[in-house]
Design a protein around this ligand. Structure first.
Ligand code: HEM
Length: 204
């Protein structure tokens, strides 16, 4: 009886509370990780450019590292809660990308500004983006752990081809997440009706 009531309650919202909480905590953690990560990068750039100081978090390398490690715990803890819930509740079914045909059709529709976007159901482009960013999230965390503790976690570090290769992997996984965020925010701006349900839960 209690189970039934619970089930009925979750059906009354588009996005369950746990999804909304983990989504916004994750958004906060990602923004902090990007800003502090760019501060750390600027101390020893991998490429011929640095990030503009206005976009960095922490005034110097030490503060950047302190923010990065503190936010890492939030990102990982929150990410584990989200992934566990996604797997156990069956929510993962909404995120699995369809075949290449459907993805191509939806990409063409998106470029022509006529992609259908329903609240609560994800189209092929969204599924591809969401599953892609989750994968990039796993890679960014594992490569980050490898360059944080290369001695203690040497098998992980070796998996990425050593410390220097892990640094590049970490950078490109970060770039993929930043790119996702730019596309994600553009899509939300183009279809603003999807935003309120991600805050309040919304009615199906
Ligand atoms: C910072 C501003 C952000 C805004 C305004 C925002 C907004 C939204 C909205 C409105 C949805 C629901 C889309 C729909 O129902 O069609 C959504 C879903 C999602 N967002 Fe964001 N988002 C933000 C940041 C992020 C970040 C930083 C990430 C990850 C790096 C992220 C990953 C996701 C994922 C994976 C979903 C699908 C969630 C699921 O159903 O499991 N978002 N976002």
């Amino acid at each position: 009886m209690l189970d039934q009531t619970k089930r009925d309650k979750t059906k009354r919202v588009i996005h369950p509370l746990i999804l909304r909480l983990t989504h916004w905590l994750n958004a906060f953690a990602i923004v902090m990780m990007l800003g502090s990560g760019w501060q750390i990068y600027n101390a020893s750039p991998l490429f011929g450019f640095s990030f503009p100081p206005i976009l960095t978090i922490g005034q110097w390398l030490g503060a950047g590292i302190a923010w990065h490690l503190a936010m890492m715990w939030l990102l990982v803890g929150n990410g584990l809660v989200y992934l566990t819930w996604t797997l156990l509740s069956g929510h993962w079914r909404k995120l699995v990308p369809p075949g290449p045909g459907a993805i191509w059709r939806d990409i063409r529709a998106a470029l022509a500004f006529r992609l259908k976007h329903q609240t609560g159901a994800y189209n092929a482009v969204q599924r591809l983006l969401y599953s892609g960013v989750l994968l990039a999230g796993v890679v960014v965390v594992l490569s980050g752990l490898a360059i944080w503790k290369p001695i203690q976690l040497w098998p992980l570090c070796n998996l990425f081809g050593g410390f220097y290769a892990a640094r590049y992997v970490h950078f490109f996984a970060m770039a993929a997440i930043a790119l996702f965020l730019a596309v994600h925010l553009t899509l939300v701006a183009m279809v603003p009706k999807v935003l309120p349900p991600m805050i309040t839960g919304g009615k199906p």
